[in-house]
Design a protein around this ligand. Structure first.
Ligand SMILES: [Fe+2]
Ligand SMILES: [Fe+2]
Length: 190
């Protein structure tokens, strides 16, 4: 449907594979936040029927991802940690424009872009892992995040003019590429 404008490089994948425990801890937090973000969307727009239906589905799926990552953590005798700020998400949130309609459009589009980045990176991890439970898990969440990406963009198109969605999507994709290319490389989703 759309393409990210920056491709994650192998230095990031190496950092993740070299400290998979640290990655899993960050990944767990990211899934929990994704579920919370979907709940916050449906609380903010309770009268938008389609949005509420779709967000409740996403909130449940992200929470299911969180449950699975927690299982992987516990199998490795790790415990979930305190939440840390996600510089990537925070920088993207700064792009939200004021005005209730513009704000809603930006939230939906950035939701889609964040999902697309998740899809890209989980796919890379799935590819790199040896055959086994963890590889299967990353394959399955990659396809789930790809579906979420489409859901956010389809919602944007449901509530807004298609040309307006396309123009803002193009702008935000450029910004996301810039932000992502400048993130420090670490064993974390972003
Ligand atoms: Fe997820
Ligand atoms: Fe997702």
């Amino acid at each position: 449907m759309f393409k990210l404008l920056y491709n994650t490089n192998t230095a990031w994948l190496d950092a993740v594979m070299n400290d998979f425990n640290a990655f899993l801890l960050d990944h767990a937090a990211a899934e929990k936040k994704a579920s919370g973000m979907a709940m916050s969307m449906l609380s903010h727009y309770p009268d938008r029927t389609l949005l509420v239906q779709q967000m409740v589905e996403i909130a449940i799926e992200e929470l299911a991802h969180f449950r699975e990552v927690v299982k992987l953590l516990h199998q490795r005798n790790l415990t979930t940690g305190a939440d840390e700020k996600d510089a990537y998400v925070n920088q993207l949130r700064q792009q939200f424009r004021k005005g209730s309609e513009l704000y809603m459009l930006d939230r939906l589009i950035l939701g889609g872009i964040i999902e697309a980045r998740g899809y890209e990176r989980f796919s890379m991890i799935a590819e790199a892992l040896e055959a086994g439970v963890e590889k299967k898990f990353y394959q399955s969440i990659a396809s789930s995040e790809a579906k979420h990406k489409d859901t956010f963009i389809e919602l944007a198109k449901h509530y807004f003019d298609h040309q307006q969605v396309k123009e803002r999507l193009d702008e935000l994709l450029l910004i996301e590429a810039q932000i992502t290319s400048e993130l420090p490389i670490r064993a974390a989703l972003h």
